[in-house]
Design a protein around this ligand. Sequence first.
Ligand code: PMP
Length: 310
Amino acid sequence: TVLRAEHIWLDGKLMKWDEGNVHVMTHALHYGLGVFEGIRAYKTHDGRLAVFRLREHIRRLLDSAHIIMLQIPYSEDELVEATVDLLRKQKQQFANGAYLRPVAFMGDGAMGLGAVNPTRVGITAWDWGAYLGDKGIKEGIRAKVSSFTRNHVNVNMVRGKITGQYVNSILAKREAVLAGYDEAILLDISGFVAEASGENIFLVNKKGVIKTPPLSSPVLDGITRDTVLKLLRDAGHTTIEEVTVTRDALYIANEVFFTGTAAEITPVREVDNRQIGDGKPGPISKYVQDTYFRVVRGQEARYADWLTYV
Ligand code: PMP
């Protein structure tokens, strides 16, 4: 399906979708110097529209830009407001929720790696269902450990969500899908589990210990990862470890699940053709998924601060 909405926000202005174009000489198109975010807005239980952890996403966008020394000519508040404005303008179309994509990149002007051109900033919203499929989010997906390695932390700037870095993710994703799997799991250069092509990863082992690779490994500091850790700790789970994970620990885990704004909480029912647990989403995965959906829909008063109503 072709993506389409009524409006976009580009360089400070709301405009018609078709007007949101850039030149083929856009520097970032050639060299990948850009940053982006993926954010979701949900229809809340009382019929309103709320963006989940908007400010944290905008802050990460600004941090990503800082890392690659990309000047963004808008403040955090301005970008938060622009995102809300874009949704407000299209409230009818997105009454059931939306996926939001702020992107900032080096525009056209000079060419070459030493060029410094004005930064372009766009925000788009569109309808995006379950990223790994409706069946996947309910029943779990099949993942494959990739032949592609996550870049070393001094090669990729892993605290940043940087456009050019996603070639590595795309290579892994395509390889997995072409081989008949739903998603790729990437290892770091030492062979330890890092993350999926666009999600962080969690496992629950046979002793009930919940594990996820630490932020010192080449993984994005996922906002959903952070949300899930908080939800689990607040629910009284004390056996949560941010530790190095080996690929065979995934094979013998009771549960594996992915976390991400697009993928939300997606259970993994198979890794490298080894069934995980009994091949169905386990109790912790289900608890996390249910709670996450209650939180984003405004049904958990305790986490009301995470919602920005449109
Ligand atoms: N890792 C990668 C490589 C990603 O692209 C994403 C999606 N932004 C994530 C993890 C999950 O991050 P978040 O929960 O903030 O969406």
